[in-house]
Design a protein around this ligand. Structure first.
Ligand code: ARG
Length: 710
């Protein structure tokens, strides 16, 4: 009987042409792929994974901070996520004296758990297909508003209506958001970020990329702002933790919030993004990171202040580099071109199709070609010019300047913009490191001068002051001009800026070189943003038509939409891979690799001494694999992307076996094009997580709280 069901399933899948492993599926439609999941070894039903009525796995998953995923692992609202997801909160809570980033932190009781202001987590309460309502409405945006209002009329939920498949489908998503989130534990970063940026995006991996938070709620279990009377949240569902171990080819699934993919890009679209825009972005970010690091490595406080942003820029920079590199050996361009040819052949067979889709592929190509220059300038504007912190107050300064320039300044309007600036003031200076920003400023002017036509230069670059600068040892004119600017601007000194705000004067604004830069950048945005938006809208419209056509063309296939920061389910298997000819990558790593990579005193490969000793001693007890080794990481062929970080890797019984945290170097094209043989997700094995907690906290507190399956 089982055999017959299996054969039926396989036939059914062949018929539907569902490609195994690829795909970020909408939980609401999990029924479409559950048979395939079960054929791989999933023991759960669709309802146990996603249900809008009964507690299901989806109730154990949170959108963490809006940029990552976390999972509930206890009846007291305990959340596991990645270390790199908690990184910003951990570094913000750290000081030179209480340096949790470098030394780790473990709360011994509820009272010791530290509020992380600004952090929030959201549960998906339910979702619904509202495509017909939206597409049939005469006024779509008011219909969307109506749908959201109805969903939140008698509750405290937040509703969102999102477009899928470029506006071919719409779904309502209803969320419950909690804002009292507290740090429970984190390993020191030489475990949590072991391998640093060198190992980032790379397998084999030995990073203990996890951190632990807790959701607090009001005594009646509802979301509430931080209060000492709040209590640990009682979740609808939480994931048990399996210490049973895993094998290659085991079924695995991931539920999380992938941020963005562009899998439907045409060949021309891929070229524009990955071969034209990414190289510029990578170059700009690389220059900025080098300047920041030169200041960070000198001073712990500076390092703590900048490390959150530094980590995220470094991650992006290496990502762009990885895509550019992997695309060289990827079949994506050839495959896309094959697909487009076949599509056009199908289109040209029929007059109706011809009138609908006849020019869509070439229109897209034309759009990219026509806007090549605009796209290029925008990279320098968004990543270069704006990457200098003093540009950030540009909009407020422009408003002040405008008010002051009136013949009779409107005092009311003026005090309003000053108030606005006052609000920005705190956060602006909070993460402002003058020396670091000055270096970035110089390096951004330099990189613009080398790469952009003069007509895109900010005014100072062709101005008198800069032309007067004389290079001195090791410093070029941009360094000299940066020094001059940062010495003479109200934007680099909180006292000077405060003084200006008390008595704003046009004369000060007019002669301040920093202000001039901020105003120039702001003006440039004004000049190009409209054009960029128009291009984006046009692209979206063409993509809507193209994807509609593709779905008709391949009508026997289930399509999954690009990631859009809404909940998705990916499934597949634990799997090794062959990165290149003659090389085989095993599917798991152990403590042996941590010790092999260990470099005492190195910022990326140092291992805490006591931990290194424990690893050497061995004896990993219930955490050991069948060889007596401590499992550290593993890979699976599940389809994920940024935003999935922290997602649970779940086995066929619905138990937690790991936390997903990265992708592999050879599969970097993944966000654009799925390549089954090279696309792998990296996870930290849950046994390593539990071992690190026990070893580093010296306590059974977490072990006793979670539900272990042995
Ligand atoms: N590459 C991972 C991602 O984008 C982030 C890894 C963070 N670790 C690091 N060493 N920067 O999700």
């Amino acid at each position: 009987m089982r055999k017959i069901t299996l054969i039926a399933t396989v036939l059914f899948l062949l018929l539907l042409n569902v490609r195994a492993d690829e795909g970020m599926w909408i939980p609401y439609h999990i029924g479409r792929v559950i048979a395939n999941m079960q054929a791989y070894g999933c023991k759960m039903t669709a309802e146990q994974i996603y249900s809008s009525e009964k507690p299901s796995i989806k109730d154990a998953i949170v959108h963490f901070g809006g940029f990552c995923t976390g999972e509930i692992v206890s009846s007291h609202g305990l959340v596991f996520t990645n270390h790199h997801c908690g990184y910003d909160a951990i570094s913000t809570l750290s000081t030179k004296e209480k340096n949790y980033l470098d030394n780790g932190f473990w709360a011994g009781s509820f009272e010791e758990e530290i509020p992380a202001p600004g952090l929030s987590v959201s549960f998906l309460v339910y979702m619904n297909d509202v495509t017909d309502r939206v597409l049939n409405a005469s006024d779509r945006s008011s219909e969307i508003k109506k749908i959201k209002d109805e969903a939140t009329a008698d509750n405290h939920y937040r509703a969102d209506v999102k477009s899928y498949f470029f506006g071919n489908e719409y779904y309502l998503l209803v969320y419950e958001t909690f804002t009292d989130i507290r740090l429970v534990g984190t390993p020191p970063q030489n475990i949590g970020k072991f391998g640093g940026d060198t190992d980032n995006w790379i397998w084999p991996r030995h990073t203990g990329d996890f951190s632990i938070f807790r959701i607090y709620a009001s005594p009646d279990n509802n979301p509430a702002e931080y209060s000492s009377s709040n209590v640990p949240y009682k979740p609808k569902y939480f994931l048990p933790i399996s210490l049973k171990g895993i094998q290659e080819n085991d079924f695995a699934m991931i539920v999380g919030f992938p941020g963005r993919t562009t899998r439907y890009l045409t060949q021309a679209g891929i070229k524009s993004l990955a071969l034209e825009r990414y190289p510029e972005r990578s170059k700009i970010l690389k220059a900025k990171l080098a300047q920041w690091w030169s200041e960070m490595e000198k001073d712990v406080s500076v390092r703590l202040l900048l490390s959150g942003d530094y980590a995220s820029y470094a991650n992006s920079q290496k990502y762009y580099e990885g895509v550019m590199n992997a695309i060289k050996s990827s079949p994506c361009l050839a495959e896309k071109s094959k697909l487009e040819d076949a599509f056009m052949k199908w289109v040209n067979e029929d007059v109706n199709r011809k009138s609908q889709y006849g020019t869509v592929v070439s229109d897209l190509e034309q759009l990219y070609t026509e806007n090549r220059e605009l796209n290029n300038v925008i990279q320098y504007l968004a990543f270069g010019y704006s990457g200098v912190q003093i540009s950030q107050l540009g909009e407020s300064l422009a408003a002040i300047k405008e008010s002051l320039s009136l013949k009779t300044p409107d005092q009311n309007a003026l005090s309003q913009v000053i108030e606005g600036l006052n609000e920005e003031f705190g956060s602006y200076f909070q993460s402002f490191v003058k020396a670091a920003d000055q270096k970035v400023f110089a390096s951004m002017l330099r990189i613009v001068s080398q790469n952009l036509d003069k007509k895109y230069w900010v005014s100072c670059m062709t101005g008198k002051q800069l032309s007067k600068m004389k290079p001195s040892t090791g410093k070029d004119i941009y360094d000299m001009y940066a020094a001059y600017t940062y010495q003479n601007s109200i934007l680099t000194d909180s006292t000077k800026l405060r003084k200006f705000m008390q008595k704003p004067s046009l004369a000060v604004l007019q002669k301040d070189p920093g202000v001039q830069y901020a105003l120039d950048v702001n003006e440039m945005f004004g000049q190009y943003i409209g054009a960029v938006r128009a291009v984006n809208m046009k692209e979206e419209g063409l993509m809507k038509t193209y994807v509609k056509g593709l779905r008709e063309f391949k009508s026997n296939q289930f399509f999954y939409p690009d990631a859009n920061s809404t909940m998705r389910i990916s499934y597949g298997q634990i799997k090794s891979y062959i990165p290149r000819d003659g090389v085989y990558y095993n599917w798991y790593t152990t403590q042996r690799g941590v010790l092999e990579k260990e470099i005492p005193g190195d910022p990326e490969f140092d291992v805490p001494t006591s931990f290194s000793q424990a690893l050497r001693k061995g004896n990993f007890g219930k955490y050991a694999d069948k060889n007596g080794d401590l499992p550290v990481g593993f890979i699976c062929n599940l389809d994920i992307t940024g935003g999935n970080s922290g997602s649970p890797v779940i086995n066929g019984n619905g138990e937690l076996i790991g936390l997903a945290f990265d992708g592999v170097w050879e599969g970097m094209v993944g966000d654009i094009y799925w390549e089954a043989t090279k696309n792998r997700s990296i996870a930290v094995d849950i046994r390593y997580v539990m071992y690190v907690i026990e070893q580093m906290s010296g306590s059974q507190r977490i072990y006793n709280e979670v539900k272990i399956v042995l």
